[in-house]
Design a protein around this ligand. Structure first.
Ligand SMILES: *Cc1c(COP(=O)(O)O)cnc(C)c1O
Length: 375
């Protein structure tokens, strides 16, 4: 099946009624046919048919054998990292989602897990130690849109016997499939592109390694942060149009990035789809698209604040990946918890704005930005 077909049919049928839209099994528990017998469903913290359909769908799209849906991206990431303890070492790229950065700080402070942050795949060899357990990356990175070489990370991971974990939220399996490039685990904030409508939170863990799936399933049952039937339905519905949305959002992002380059208030545009972006060739090699996230550095804090205040169609709000265009001020929002010095060094300063480009008409978005920039 082609990917676009799998988005619509990848989870198979939910039940025997012929329902086209999968049923929302709004039930906490399931009756047993007899002593020692089970329909395969016992209690909804363990398993629910609606959630199972979502999990089958995302596993198919990522080319994984197992997927587990959580209440949020952070719940999925936390469940995966739960087993790490004092003595364990993790290598991660340094430009991470703010919440993941916060989790890592917590694991370091409370569990004694040690971390080494690297800027790109070339620094991995020097960072991996004997007690390293995992390499954790996002690509493109958030919010600087740096492209990380997944195959190179996988090679270092395999050679050292450590896991490669990739947060694939920004590109989704429509554009990038890390498991095929050698990753062991893929994580998603399904709140973003998979759901696609800014209307619910969800997270998904995917792997093709049974023993890792077993461990994370155990955590899921223990912590109980499982995605509800209704939210599972919403994400499944979102995924049906994933291919269409990704194409349209990317097309808009390209148009906007090119327009921003001509804008006198903009100093720099960070978008891997631009041939001038340092990661342009690499992203073309490892993904089939650039996505629709871009950041821009404007000329002053005043300009940044004016744009955030004056945008009308585009909304000043945290989050990304949905049909509505959103603009974010990473310094004050998504990356506020990162120490100021560290943030500044990465370029996350008072002039950096992050833009999640939606499916609106590109000319309307450009007109909105033009009026917001225009004094
Ligand atoms: C939003 C996000 C997360 C966290 O997901 P939630 O669903 O908000 O918990 C993790 N990684 C990336 C790249 C994100 O954008």
């Amino acid at each position: 099946m082609d990917f676009k077909t799998e988005c619509v049919h990848g989870g198979g049928k939910t039940d025997a009624t012929g329902a086209i839209a999968g049923a929302i099994y709004q039930t906490a528990t399931f009756a047993h046919p007899g002593v020692g017998l089970s329909t395969g469903y016992d209690y909804a913290r363990g398993e629910n048919p609606t959630r199972a359909q979502l999990e089958r769908t995302v596993a198919a799209l990522e080319g994984g054998t197992h997927a587990i849906a959580f209440t949020s991206g952070m719940a999925a990431i936390t469940a995966f990292f739960d087993e790490y303890k004092v003595g364990d070492h993790i290598v991660a790229t340094d430009d991470l989602y703010g919440g993941t950065h916060r989790l890592f700080a917590l694991l370091a402070a409370r569990r004694g897990v040690s971390f080494t942050f690297v800027h790109d795949a070339d620094e991995l060899d020097g960072a991996v130690r004997e007690n390293t357990r995992a390499i954790y990356i996002e690509t493109p990175t958030n919010p600087m849109m740096q492209v990380i070489d997944i195959a190179k990370c996988a090679e270092v991971a395999k050679r050292n016997g450590v896991l490669l974990v990739v947060d694939n939220t920004f590109l989704t399996p429509y554009f990038q499939r890390p498991l095929e490039l050698g990753a062991d685990v893929v994580l998603h904030s399904a709140t973003k592109y998979l759901g696609g409508h800014n209307d619910t939170l969800a997270g998904i863990f995917v792997t093709n390694r049974a023993e890792i799936a077993e461990r994370v399933t155990y955590m899921m049952k223990t912590s109980g942060a499982v995605l509800s039937p209704f939210d599972s339905f919403l994400i499944l519905r979102g995924i049906k149009t994933l291919a269409l949305r990704m194409e349209r959002q990317q097309e808009n992002a390209l148009a906007l990035a090119e327009w921003l380059l001509t804008c006198p208030d903009v100093q720099q545009v960070f978008y891997p789809g631009l041939p001038s972006h340092p990661g342009h060739e690499l992203i073309r090699k490892q993904a089939s698209g650039y996505g629709a996230m871009l950041s821009m550095s404007v000329t002053s804090r005043e300009v940044a604040e004016r744009v955030l205040k004056k945008v009308q169609l585009i909304q000043y709000a945290e989050s990304l990946g949905g049909v509505d265009s959103l603009i974010t001020y990473p310094m004050l929002q998504t990356h506020a918890d990162i120490p100021a010095e560290e943030r500044e060094a990465k370029g996350i300063n008072d002039r950096l704005l992050r833009f999640s480009v939606g499916i609106e008409d590109a000319n309307d978005l450009i007109a909105d930005l033009a009026q917001a920039f225009g004094g």
